[in-house]
Design a protein around this ligand. Sequence first.
Ligand SMILES: N[C@@H](CCC(=O)N[C@@H](CS)C(=O)NCC(=O)O)C(=O)O
Length: 199
Amino acid sequence: MKLFYTATSPYARKVRVTLLEKGLGERIELVPCNLETPDAALLAANPAGKIPTLILESGEALYDSPVICEWLDLEAGTPLLLPAQGPTRWRVLRGQALADAVMDDALDVVMELRRGEEQRSAALIEKRTAALRRSVTALEQELAAWPDSLTLAHIAAGCALGYLDLRLPDLAWRAGHDRLAQWFAAFAQRPSMLATQPG
Ligand SMILES: N[C@@H](CCC(=O)N[C@@H](CS)C(=O)NCC(=O)O)C(=O)O
């Protein structure tokens, strides 16, 4: 299998952490991408030209990160990172969606900050920053309701917070979020997180 990725993408990191946690690292070739000029193989697999995109052994492509992570989880089998049923399944999926929203908002802010000052929208930056701050607070509250065992919600939260540290350190997300900061400090030491650190 082949995984199109970039080293700094938090979505691709979710997939890379998942495949390491599930012991699938050996089966997947990592293909680094330059998103400025997406290559033909990526576009043929994913018309949106986005990473992560996984090419299965059958040649079929999978995207985006929640879809790929769930596929990897089922491919490797138990213990599952996404419970098959019951209220915990929906709690974990919601946690993943919340962490993905942090990534989406952070990415929008980063892209906006890269524009020239005249083209930049302060209103957009403010709106997205407020949203991601609310989501970080909600992540701290939801953390306690996630299973003790590793789930896709934990992986997504770890990758979202890692991305804030990488791209928006001035946001100082740890302020007022002691429990989340403490959890992240421990989570970031997992071999899968250390092996996928950007930069
Ligand atoms: N919802 C998608 C988001 C993927 C995404 O936006 N990836 C970014 C990189 S961080 C990308 O490929 N951007 C290239 C582009 O938009 O052209 C997922 O979870 O996989």
